[in-house]
Design a protein around this ligand. Structure first.
Ligand SMILES: NC(=O)c1ccc[n+]([C@@H]2O[C@H](COP(=O)([O-])OP(=O)(O)OC[C@H]3O[C@@H](n4cnc5c(N)ncnc54)[C@H](OP(=O)(O)O)[C@@H]3O)[C@@H](O)[C@H]2O)c1
Length: 261
């Protein structure tokens, strides 16, 4: 199937590992030039080389700390200096902490807001004028089923806000042929998946394996997603085949969310 992505430039944030890396790899496989970024330079360069070797596509790797406004500003200037106009923006970031309401400090709320909400708004706002000029663009937010289902307090609160931002943005940008959608994973095998499993295990005095076994009982498909399965949704939403899909919040969750919609 021709997805119409060849020759496009895709920026995927927080992409040296996990879901972001898989998304970058799949866009490169479809013939996109990709820009990846994260904090750890060594991981970032290793990932860039791996994607280039696998896909023969050019990968630009830029260091950024998405929790810092200053670092984001520098990162955006670097993209501008390279003369890059972004066709596809995939907004991804590290996740918020797993804590109960009485454990969350002001610092937790602020840091999580800066990383998972504000960074994505800032980067979107920087890319939108260029997409408007081209009258073509895709903005995809990688959030979580926490948008739709309770489970992690800070994630529920802030992810739902971001999904609301994405929805209203899709209304404002539709006339420019810029499509805005949100992808909601539940369980995907990454470092963060194991990190949270370890934290839940520590709190409940059980093992990582037991925690994961319990989680997967509530997933109709009885298994976690691979990162590629999440990435496939991003590639589809960016493609010409999804040209009438905007303002949606799409679960890639093996059926985990319990609501009808
Ligand atoms: N995996 C799941 O089961 C699952 C489920 C629901 C939602 N999600 C959400 O999906 C997103 C991706 O998760 P993941 O599982 O792929 O995580 P991951 O495997 O831990 O990867 C996180 C990526 O983000 C980068 N990153 C983290 N903090 C950053 C920062 N301050 N600035 C720049 N880059 C940063 C990391 O690189 P550096 O550390 O080098 O910066 C890494 O490349 C998260 O928002 C997560 O909450 C994941």
């Amino acid at each position: 199937m021709d997805l119409g992505l060849e020759g496009k430039t895709a920026l995927i944030t927080a992409s040296s590992r996990g879901i972001g890396r898989a998304i970058a790899t799949e866009f490169a496989t479809e013939g996109c030039e990709v820009i990846i970024c994260s904090r750890n330079k060594e991981n970032l360069l290793k990932t860039a080389t791996q994607i280039e070797d696998k896909t023969q596509q050019k990968v630009i790797a830029l260091q950024v700390d998405l929790s810092s406004q200053e670092s984001i500003q520098k990162f955006l200037e670097e993209i501008g200096d390279r003369g890059k106009t972004i066709d596809i923006l995939v907004n991804n970031a590290g996740g918020p902490p797993y804590k109960r309401h009485y454990e969350l400090t002001d610092k937790d709320w602020q840091e999580s807001f800066d990383l998972t909400f504000l960074s994505q708004v800032k980067i979107s706002e920087a890319m939108i004028p260029l997409m408007k000029n081209k009258r073509w663009g895709r903005i995809i937010f990688v959030t979580s089923v926490a948008v739709k289902q309770p489970g992690m307090l800070i994630a529920n609160s802030q992810r739902a806000s971001l999904a609301a931002y994405a929805k209203t943005l899709s209304n404002e940008l539709g006339e420019y042929n810029i499509l805005v959608n949100t992808i909601c994973p539940a369980f995907a095998v990454t470092d963060q998946y194991y990190l949270i499993a370890d934290e839940v295990a520590r709190r409940s005095g059980t093992s990582r394996d037991k925690v994961i076994e319990e989680w997967l009982k509530s997933v109709p498909l009885k298994r976690p997603a691979s990162t590629t399965e999440i990435a496939n949704a991003a590639v589809f939403l960016a493609s010409e085949k999804a040209s009438y899909i905007t303002g949606n919040c799409i679960q890639v969750d093996g059926g985990f969310v319990k609501s009808l919609f």
